[in-house]
Design a protein around this ligand. Structure first.
Ligand code: TXA
Ligand code: MG
Length: 288
């Protein structure tokens, strides 16, 4: 099912049903070694499927419902099937904030896997129309929750026994917000086993993407940040939350004009900018 969340639209399935989960991998064209996030209605439901230590519980109390995903040891390997976890002994879990997804999760009762509803490698959909264009035809049902408020995927933090907390994917909850609750985060870079989905060339439109650019030449589409004449502006007032909310929809809108390249203005690397720049580097094909 096409499921709205506050971050991006997901393609959702019963996490306990390997056939339903397999259909999600197929619809996305996603490699089956890249595990999925299990979405649940509340922290009690999260504790039934994952072993949440003190750090994880502090983060859950601070940011759930909301755009944070916690990777922890799996507590119920049948509730989130092997295929959904890509065979790992850990599980990624989050309580989304969008009212429609919470209603659905409460009514369903069990964990629901929901990767972003894009086909693998493409920008995540942040509107109902974009989600329907990406994987809608493969879904048996679809919920229209309007445009996603946040527009960038959840932050993924691993909290595993005997290991420092690791940032696996920067996202809508910033590094500083997390460190304010549990202290310094370790880097996940190079830790391919624990962050199997961190492949280069991700979030990519059809046109090549050039980042940290001051201007574009004719035929190119320019995504501005700050005052500009360009028809595409991530945030005329240089507001990072607005830029995050606009990023994927604007990459898609620019792509539809069939430019020779999409050229993106520099984005400051602070706060939400870390996650925006992570997505932009990957859409441009740089290994992060
Ligand atoms: O905001 C979001 O998180 C959205 C919405 C729909 O909830 N979902 C999303 O899912 O972005 P997806 O599948 O596109 O990204 C999940 C990320 C991948 O980078 C994956 O590798 C990582 O979470 N992940 C999932 N399970 C993991 C695990 N057990 N260990 C490490 N990383 C894991
Ligand atoms: Mg994704």
């Amino acid at each position: 099912m096409i499921l709205p969340t506050e971050t991006v639209y997901g393609l959702a399935a019963d996490a306990a049903d390997p056939l339903a989960v397999a259909a999600v991998y197929t619809a996305k064209g996603r490699p089956s070694f890249n595990p999925l996030i299990a979405h649940v209605a509340d922290v009690e439901a999260a504790r039934r499927i994952a072993v949440l230590d003190d750090r994880a519980q502090a983060l859950a109390a601070a940011f759930w419902p909301g755009p944070l995903t916690i990777v922890a040891p799996v507590a119920d390997a049948a509730a989130v099937c092997d295929l959904a976890r890509a065979g790992l002994d850990t599980v990624a879990v989050r309580v989304p904030g969008h009212p429609l997804s919470r209603t659905l999760l409460t009514a369903f009762g069990g964990p629901v896997v929901a990767p972003s509803a894009n086909r693998s490698g493409r920008p995540s959909p942040t509107t109902f129309a974009d989600a329907m264009e990406e994987t809608g035809p493969a879904a048996a049902a679809a919920l229209d929750g309007g445009p996603c408020r946040v527009g960038l995927e959840s932050t993924v933090v691993a909290l595993l026994p005997g290991e420092p907390a690791r940032l696996l994917r920067p996202g809508a909850v910033t590094r500083a917000q997390i460190e304010a609750v549990i202290g310094p985060l370790a880097e996940a870079e190079g830790d391919a086993k624990r962050s199997p989905g961190r492949l280069a060339l991700h979030y990519a439109p059809d046109a090549p993407v050039r980042i940290n650019a001051r201007s574009a030449v004719p035929g190119e589409a320019f995504l501005a940040f700050g005052p500009s004449d360009s028809p595409f502006n991530l945030s005329p007032t240089r507001d990072l939350a607005e830029a995050a909310a606009n990023l994927f929809a604007m990459l898609r809108a620019a792509d539809r004009t069939k430019p020779s390249a999409i050229v993106v203005a520099p984005i400051p690397d602070e706060g939400l900018g870390e996650a925006i720049n992570d997505r932009l580097r990957r859409s441009a094909g740089y290994v992060g």
